[in-house]
Design a protein. Structure first.
Length: 291
């Protein structure tokens, strides 16, 4: 990981940090190890405009509510130029990977109830996600994790509320629109446009709800993400073995690790009860790799 003017890189132990595995507009993601577990360390790009404020907003949004469908924060390191957000590593990838492995399967709709509940929890806390894409739904060890909220107006093309693109304000129904886009995409393989008369294997009432959720007019959409998902029914196509029925909730059991704390908290406690001093773990003491 590149640092500042000193040209040094790499966090010193006890947090082992590997090279960047992904890079976005505002941050780079490194895979690391902490307390024997894999973690993802998102570091704001030090010379990218607004990158630090975007990462701070992400930490604030994710820590605003406690819900099993929100990716838990392991730690947050404040830094004037390059703050860092530490999250658990999702070995199974994202909903994109699940869709590739399970095309046409009921397993693709299982995460939707959890994600809808996570969005409801954010909205109840006064926050918006604004980038509910399959790539931002991680597959955790016991269920889906919603991650990577975006700042207003900066979501992924195709998922941004058309009302916002037309100059209107973002709202909770902006997330309803994005969840509908994701639902149609993972179930049909087709990217819907605003106002599309979509046909997905979710029953007549489900398709009516999806069409309403894709409306360019926020007032036509379901009022909450859960209201949208509750209208869906799984209707398998020819040759699929699953029986018809309501979409399963698929809520994961309560997490025991890592315990959530607000950004800037001084320590974290893992599942064994061991406390780790963030000033030591994420103190940005750097060493040169390979001399």
């Amino acid at each position: 990981m590149t640092s500042g003017a000193d040209g040094r890189s790499d966090l010193a132990l006890p947090c082992d940090l590997g090279p960047a595995v992904a890079a976005g507009r505002w941050s780079c993601v490194h895979r690391g190890r902490l307390a024997g577990r894999s973690v993802a360390v998102k570091v704001a790009r030090p010379h990218s405009p607004d990158s630090a404020s975007v990462l701070r907003r992400e930490a604030r949004v994710l820590s605003s509510a406690c819900h099993p469908g929100l990716v838990p924060i392991v730690g947050f390191r404040e830094d004037a130029e390059a703050p860092a957000l530490v999250l658990p590593w999702a070995e199974a990838g994202t909903l994109v990977d699940l869709a590739r492995l399970s095309a046409g399967s009921k397993s693709l709709v299982c995460p939707l109830g959890v994600v809808a509940g996570a969005l409801d929890a954010l909205h109840d806390a006064g926050e918006l996600h604004l980038d509910v894409t399959p790539a931002n739904i991680l597959i955790g060890p016991s269920g889906p994790w919603l991650s990577d909220p975006a700042p207003p107006g900066a979501g992924t093309a195709g998922w941004v509320d058309p009302h916002v693109l037309a100059g209107g304000p973002a709202s909770a129904r902006s997330d309803v629109f994005a969840l509908a886009v994701t639902t149609v995409l993972v179930l049909t393989g087709l990217m819907p446009a605003p106002g599309d008369a979509v046909e997905a294997p979710v029953g007549a009432a489900g398709n009516r709800a999806l069409r309403a959720a894709l409306s360019p007019e926020p007032g036509v959409r379901p009022g909450t993400p859960t209201e949208l998902v509750d209208a869906l029914e799984w209707v398998p196509g020819p040759g699929l073995a699953e029986a018809d029925g309501r979409l399963p909730t698929c809520r994961p059991p309560p997490r025991t690790w890592p315990l959530r704390g607000p950004p800037g908290h001084e320590s974290i406690r893992d599942a064994t009860g061991s406390t780790h001093d963030l000033a030591r773990v994420f103190g940005w003491r750097r060493t040169r790799r390979g001399g």
